[in-house]
Design a protein around this ligand. Structure first.
Ligand code: MLT
Length: 410
């Protein structure tokens, strides 16, 4: 008899964003005339930058010529892209990463889930609440938690609540943990971590022999020059942190798929017999066994994001979405809504008007204004009473969304 993985049954029926899409589709089926504007999932809307398109076209042409055709590439990624990341993403921040410490992949969502393959089942895991649901759900799937409690939290995970009351700065765990997920700029709150905050985390990890899983998917949105873009800007982080980077939200690759995971050579974990083991070696084994690399045209396209023209065009794209975030912030504040984030991140996190719960506000917004956002409680218990708006949309849609929002709430 084939047994299923029972741990999946602990999860709610659907992953957050498909569940929202299901509710929106039900609404649209019943109201075909409604012009629904979606500010829910953080999915880019603007076309790929020209430098990236040109590089991808050229790479496709290479694949059509016997002389330049390529079959399987290195599972870890082509050296040209790993070098482009070393020189374009890390060196300018004073971070020394070697190309062989970078693993190219098809997305940070996949990487943050897959990384659990190389960690033991008995690790204690800490997450910030509210949290990008992938971190929690993949630990549930891996059997690292108990059942869900009434507020949707899972037994066995350590939740670190962030709300307006603590300025969205996560408290350090009050007990030792083994793995901790940090995402900065933060999804969903749109807030950032100062150098002091990240230093405290690195010190915590060093003291407790923990590993930080640092998701930097939104680093391109940092506008404040004091805010670190990489965890490796913090002294001592190379021994305790893995970093995830993505081309999705900066270069517009949500549909193209390319990302990377950085595992410094100094990072070690412990075997059950107490031996120190090089984590890089394990991930290399996992990656080359279960993954065959990102396609050549996509890696060439990603490389182009770090060419001089590519960097300028990507910066323009990021600026466009940040301007959307500013319009959302200002428009909501103008009608008395309290908003957070949206300055160094493409997400605006707001207090639900009138103190209604997050899903009730979701329904009101959809039914009365034909607007879609993401209920804060969908990201965790501490997100109740909050709501997330994504700045990824056309300018016209963002302006119209602000107008409808003001009409509903004003
Ligand atoms: C989000 O809306 O939180 C993100 O788009 C999800 C993701 O990047 O997978």
């Amino acid at each position: 008899m084939a047994q299923v993985n029972d741990h999946y049954l602990k999860l709610q029926a659907g992953y957050l964003f498909p569940e929202i899409a299901r509710r929106v589709n039900t609404f649209v089926d019943a109201h075909a005339e409604a012009d629904v504007i979606k500010l829910g999932i953080g999915d880019v809307t603007e076309p790929l930058p020209p430098a990236i398109i040109a590089a991808m076209h050229a790479a496709v042409d290479e694949m059509g010529d016997r002389e330049t055709f390529r079959g399987y590439g290195p599972e870890q990624g082509y050296e040209f892209l790993r070098e482009a990341l070393v020189d374009g993403a890390f060196a300018p921040r004073g971070v020394e990463i070697s190309s062989e410490e970078i693993f190219i992949s098809d997305g940070s969502k996949c990487d943050t889930g897959n990384i659990l393959d190389i960690f033991g089942a008995d690790n204690t895991v800490a997450v910030i609440d509210p949290v990008y649901p992938v971190y929690v759900d993949t630990n549930v799937m891996a059997g690292r938690t108990g059942s869900a409690t009434d507020d949707g939290r899972f037994e066995g995970l350590v939740y670190l609540p962030v709300t307006a009351e603590n300025d969205f700065v996560a408290p350090l765990p009050d007990r030792p943990v083994d793995l901790v997920y940090l995402c900065y700029p933060n999804n969903p709150t749109g807030t950032v971590a100062s150098r002091e905050t990240l230093t405290a985390w690195v010190e915590f990890a060093r003291e407790h022999d923990a590993i930080i899983l640092f998701d930097a998917a939104y680093e391109a949105y940092i506008t404040d020059p004091e805010i670190p873009h990489s965890i490796y800007e913090i002294d001592g982080a190379r021994e305790v942190a893995i970093e995830f980077r993505s081309f999705s939200k900066n270069a517009g690759f949500t549909g193209i798929r390319c990302a990377c995971t950085v595992i410094p050579r100094e990072l070690t974990g412990t075997t059950t017999s107490g031996e120190r083991i090089d984590v890089h070696r394990l991930w290399n084994r996992r990656h080359s066994t279960k993954f065959n690399g990102v396609s050549y045209p996509v890696q060439r396209a990603a490389q182009a994001a770090y060419s001089p023209e590519g960097q300028q065009q990507v910066a323009d794209l990021v600026r466009f979405y940040l301007d959307n975030a500013r319009l959302l912030r200002e428009g909501l504040e103008a009608v008395g809504i309290t908003v957070y984030g949206g300055v160094n991140a493409p997400y605006v996190w707001l207090k639900t008007p009138g103190g209604v719960d997050s899903w009730t506000f979701f329904d009101q917004l959809l039914e009365k204004a034909h607007l879609v956002g993401t209920p804060g409680s969908g990201f965790g218990a501490a997100g109740e009473g909050y709501f997330r708006l994504s700045a990824f949309n056309s300018r016209a849609n963002v302006e119209e969304a602000v107008r409808r929002f003001q009409q509903l709430v004003g």
